[in-house]
Design a protein around this ligand. Structure first.
Ligand SMILES: [Zn+2]
Length: 475
């Protein structure tokens, strides 16, 4: 029988004016009272731990892993049974190389056996139910202690953002798919606690673009935090209309989707500021971000243990090789994700980074699930590398593009042209750039369209996939 779980009333369920009021009062408090005490503790640790040497990092990770595994064995029914069945004894855990004895955790397992992941003896009143933003895939639901874990998350993110000059007094415009109640044609909401102006990315159409740009200009943000696909739309509009950038803007912070090199170049050329990427998941299993020196992702060893595995499930240790991110999160102890297959691909990068942090480094993170196309032989081909190979010059004739597939070997490209671009220039680009990359295993057709559908979270999807992966495919 499923255990009953009492859920605390989610903060999001409180009416918006009251919620804004609460956040305004909290914003007046001194920093240490503004958030859950876990924020201050985590922040203080990270200010030091980011400069730890490899040995200290290894000791910290060993302790975190061991205590997590012991707790999971004792309190979480799924892991209790799994460890017993696979002959894994957390009390005899000697180091990360022992993790190989624990079978991987998939989204499907979490979906079908959700209540077995909840730790026993948890006060029901302290839990929130959280759902990931699935697009084609079914969303994943799980439990967490929102106030505490979100406070920790904010500490980690703040420490990353400080690398590019961000501090708690900075003002940001947020274009990240937040649901905003639109009143009197205003697509915005202000969060006084974080000094964020949240703009709806669902209403960012061609017609509304001038109003958005006026609003961003009058707010004059220090940073814009956005989905790459959304900020790319804004940047293209700026370029096409020869509009000036924003005077105070110091950086654009991207996350939740891959940022392709041509997008980075477009954003840097248009807004003339640093573009900074963060990688993480709602499940809080792994977190990484760029640093002041470059664009490699620095994986937080204080946040979780990250493995990169090849198609056979073997650990990748050679820089330059690409594999799937398998993560064990240290934050969520009441619903632990251990050896969790994230479905995201990354390339192991070579260190050390000139910034001096001894964190593991990754390059080119792409979402795996949304990014596969199937050729005539029904072989899965990752779209990420194809998109990574596209140059900005190639993209100048295209404003937006979406790949659509409804049967293997058949690829439809839905294209919104740039103003003034001819059908022939787009066709030539497709021939030059994509046909050569994809080989002769695809029939490619171009459909010129006026509009592309967004996802439930307001992102632009590069691929709308109507084919399910063949059985046995890891995607
Ligand atoms: Zn660095």
């Amino acid at each position: 029988m499923m255990p009953r779980v009492g859920l605390r009333k989610n903060f999001q369920a409180i009416p918006m004016p009251l919620r804004t009021g609460i956040r305004r009062v909290r914003s007046w408090l001194p920093s240490r009272f503004r958030y859950h005490p876990a924020f201050q503790r985590t922040y203080a640790m990270l200010k030091e731990s980011q400069w730890w040497d490899e040995h200290t990092i290894a000791i910290h990770q060993f302790r975190e892993l061991k205590s997590l595994l012991q707790e999971a064995a004792a309190r979480v029914p799924y892991y209790g049974r799994l460890f017993a069945a696979s002959g894994f004894d957390p009390d005899r855990f000697r180091g990360p190389s022992d993790l190989g004895k624990i079978p991987f955790l998939t989204k499907e397992i979490v979906r079908t056996r959700r209540m077995e992941f909840l730790a026993r003896g948890i006060e029901g009143s302290a839990l929130d139910v959280v759902t990931t933003g699935g697009s084609t895939a079914e969303p994943l639901g799980f439990f967490k202690k929102s106030r505490e874990y979100d406070a920790k998350e904010w500490a980690f993110n703040l420490v990353q953002l400080e690398r590019i000059g961000f501090d708690q007094r900075c003002r940001s415009v947020i274009l990240r798919g937040e649901r905003i109640r639109v009143t009197r044609n205003r697509f915005e909401q202000y969060d006084p606690l974080r000094r964020n102006l949240l703009l709806s990315s669902f209403h960012l159409s061609e017609e509304n673009m001038p109003a958005y740009i006026d609003r961003i200009r009058s707010f004059s943000p220090d940073y814009i935090q956005a989905y790459p696909s959304v900020i790319t739309q804004l940047a293209r509009y700026h370029r096409e209309n020869d509009l000036p950038g924003y005077s105070r803007l110091k950086g654009i912070i991207c996350g939740s989707e891959p940022l392709y090199p041509w997008q980075r170049k477009l954003l840097t050329d248009t807004f003339r500021c640093r573009v900074f990427c963060i990688y993480g998941q709602t499940e809080q299993a792994a977190l990484a971000g760029e640093c002041e020196h470059g664009t490699l992702y620095h994986v937080f060893p204080e946040y979780g243990y990250l493995e990169l595995v090849d198609d056979e499930g073997q650990s990748i240790v050679t820089p330059g090789r690409t594999g799937e991110i398998v993560a064990t999160g240290f934050i969520n102890r009441i619903f632990p994700f251990i050896r969790y297959r994230t479905g995201d691909l990354a390339t192991l990068a070579e260190g050390p980074c000139p910034c001096g942090r001894k964190y593991p480094l990754l390059a080119h993170i792409v979402g795996r699930q949304q990014e596969f196309i199937f050729n005539r032989r029904n072989e899965a081909i990752s779209l990420g590398p194809v998109l990574f190979g596209i140059h900005d010059a190639d993209m100048s004739c295209i404003r937006q593009i979406q790949f659509f597939q409804n049967r293997p070997g058949n690829l439809i490209l839905r294209v919104i042209k740039s103003p003034g671009a001819s059908n022939e220039s787009v066709e030539a680009y497709i021939a030059r750039s994509l046909r050569t990359r994809l080989g002769d295993q695809f029939d490619i057709r171009v459909d010129f369209v006026q509009r592309l559908p967004g996802t439930a979270r307001g992102k632009h999807r590069f691929l709308e996939q109507a084919i399910s992966p063949p059985p046995g495919d890891p995607a």
